[in-house]
Design a protein around this ligand. Sequence first.
Ligand code: NDP
Length: 448
Amino acid sequence: MSISQAIEKVEACYAHQPEFVQAVKEVALTIAPLYDAHSEYETLKIFERLVEPDRIICFRINWENDKGEVQVNRGWRVQFSNALGPYKGGVRFHPTVNQSVLKFLGFEQIFKNALTGLPMGGGKGGADFDPKGKSDSEIRRFCYAFMRELHQYVSKDIDVPAGDIGVGGREVSYMFAMYKNLTREHGGVLTGKGVGFGGSLMRTEATGYGAVYFLENMLAVQNENIKGKKVLISGAGNVSLHAAEKAHMLGATVLTVSDSQGTLYDENGMDQEKIDWLKNQKAQSKPLCDYVDIYGGEWFTKQKPWHIKGDIAIPSATQNEVNEDDAKLMVENGIKYIAEGANMPLTADAVDYIRLHRVHYAPGKAANAGGVAVSGLEMSQNSVRQYKTFEEIDERLKRIMKNIHDCAAEASEQYGQTDDGYIDYMAGANIVGFKRVADALCAYGILN
Ligand code: NDP
């Protein structure tokens, strides 16, 4: 079956899963030259196999709220591919979570993890639970209940979940506690654990910092530097605020962050004090707009950041947050570089538009791979029970991000995706990630 027939099959079977179809099509359309050069992929039906997860585990989560009322949520773990290592990918708690979203995230994760060069397969999980407005006790009871169901399907050598939207250090700790309680095993079943009990230094910062390291590599190719550049960031969570922090540390001016309520704009730039204030404010679930009373700037209710002029955009909130109109605004407002902090934050039309206008564009599976890379390092540290310093991990992260950048750029050139010197990082990253997984599957024969 050719790639185009495989796409048709996915579209026919999964028309009700738009995010998943979108992610599959993006990969499929860019790997065609690689596929054509490797007839064994078609013979062994590699693409057709890779678009079906190994399995999807669905479960019910019963828990009790503070009023003593029984609540019921739906949970999933998509174990997509363990060709390169144990299934690895985050857990998302958000009311929009469904099978389409988790399958798109799990599918992306396979290639992202392959790009890191570390031995990790791809998976993703989550629940349609809304953490907003919940007390700490409710969050704790929910996390316990979630892991009570999930624990039988995960372990340090089978499937290693981590955080994502709505799941940070607190939630990982509660889930780890329940896993440990049920299995009596204190190991590396989850990453993003507290540093005092098996977590890696720098895991919290890794995704945002890694995205900025990726950007530095993109800028260097164009003989440019991040210093003095104006940066627009969307989101105000883990990825966004650490991207803001690193961009500021390297001399950029961070003009915006945003959340589901609107966008915060500070023309003077957000320095470390302001970023610390933002972290603290979000940790207490308080509104971003309070910033204006303390530090000045402007608040745009229910607006995205893209109407503001800048040089670099780091969309870091959620999937499909940047549509074609937003992409047009970005181009009009001078954006020359986009590094995706979030997974698939640009719609397919937005990607087409910015590539057509030669905006240098790093897709999420390359630019935000720093988080899972440090998770991979956490798994190794757990196995050998020896821990590295912040500086050692930071150095490793920089090397991994440079390696992903260089491999993607090289593949883009090799498979003829570039004209006029434009590096097609999307095609390059898809080709490198896909090839690593496909070659492993070919070596296994028809199992997996
Ligand atoms: P967080 O939960 O820490 O933060 C998410 C942020 O995005 C919040 O500010 C939230 O606003 C905002 N947001 C979410 N949905 C929307 C929406 N529909 N419209 C506007 N704003 C929205 O999540 P993370 O920072 O961990 O994750 C952000 C993205 O990065 C996700 O796509 C995730 O998959 C990806 N990612 C995360 C990694 C990690 O290590 N954490 C690793 C790799 C990728 P509000 O607070 O108002 O809800």
